[in-house]
Design a protein around this ligand. Structure first.
Ligand code: SF4
Ligand code: SF4
Length: 221
């Protein structure tokens, strides 16, 4: 049994103070029955491998946190939810409050089960990330950007489906696939799915990549 991060020290303190933790299986939940002036708890103790009966003065239940983020709302902002139904972060270590879509941030319980200290920390982080955008009159584009070679593009739209950042769209008037430079993260997904080599990353031509791969494998055969 472990708690995450530094909260492990609370667990250690509780153990030292004599608190006994009993882990239970969902298939064998504890049974709680009110009795005269007390509460009887019967629970299977996995180390003793037998049921134990506890007469408790008080039973305090800690309820789980269930996400209730409206999927439609998240999707209308281009944010995605993870498999548990919480806000999906772009990268857990380096961009923990960012959505995959540039300019969308989440904090507190929208992000994941959080205590108050963590909720405040994520709120401050999200505000700081938003300020990074709001403090500029113009958004600087990323260093690596996708491009479209329109003469090769068949408008199949595979790159639009593949782009995790929603940075590509068809301009119906121009009849061209366009890249939103402020939203493109240079991930290269569009280039990998394009059947016509029409989608490229500036500065990363196919031949350059083949040369890099060749030199990496040189002498390994
Ligand atoms: S490189 Fe392509 S797939 Fe990746 S964010 Fe930019 S446009 Fe989207
Ligand atoms: S995948 Fe390639 S060919 Fe298809 S729309 Fe995108 S750039 Fe054009």
């Amino acid at each position: 049994m472990m708690t995450y991060g530094f909260t492990e020290s609370y667990y250690t303190q509780a153990r030292k103070a004599g608190v006994i933790f009993i882990q239970y299986d969902l298939a064998e939940k504890p049974r709680v029955t009110p009795t005269d002036g007390s509460v009887e708890v019967i629970v299977f103790e996995p180390i003793l491998r037998q049921k134990v009966r506890i007469y408790a003065d008080l039973v305090v239940l800690a309820t789980g946190i269930v996400p209730r983020l409206p999927k439609d709302l998240a999707e209308s902002f281009g944010a995605t939810l993870d498999r548990d139904g919480f806000f999906e972060e772009a990268e857990s270590k380096w961009r923990p409050v960012d959505s995959l879509k540039e300019g969308i941030f989440a904090c507190g319980l929208a992000h994941s089960p959080r205590n108050i200290t963590e909720s405040i920390a994520t709120a401050e982080a999200a505000a700081q990330r938003a300020l990074r955008i709001l403090s500029h009159e113009r958004m600087p584009a990323g260093k690596v950007l996708a491009e479209v070679r329109h003469s090769l593009c068949s408008l199949c739209e595979r790159c639009i489906e593949a782009c995790p950042y929603g940075a590509r769209m068809v301009d119906p008037e121009l009849e061209k696939v366009l890249v939103n430079a402020a939203m493109c993260q240079g991930c290269g997904s569009c280039a990998t799915v394009c059947p016509n080599s029409a989608s490229t990353l500036a500065g990363f031509l196919d031949q350059q990549m083949f040369d890099v791969i060749d030199s990496a494998f040189e002498g390994t055969a």
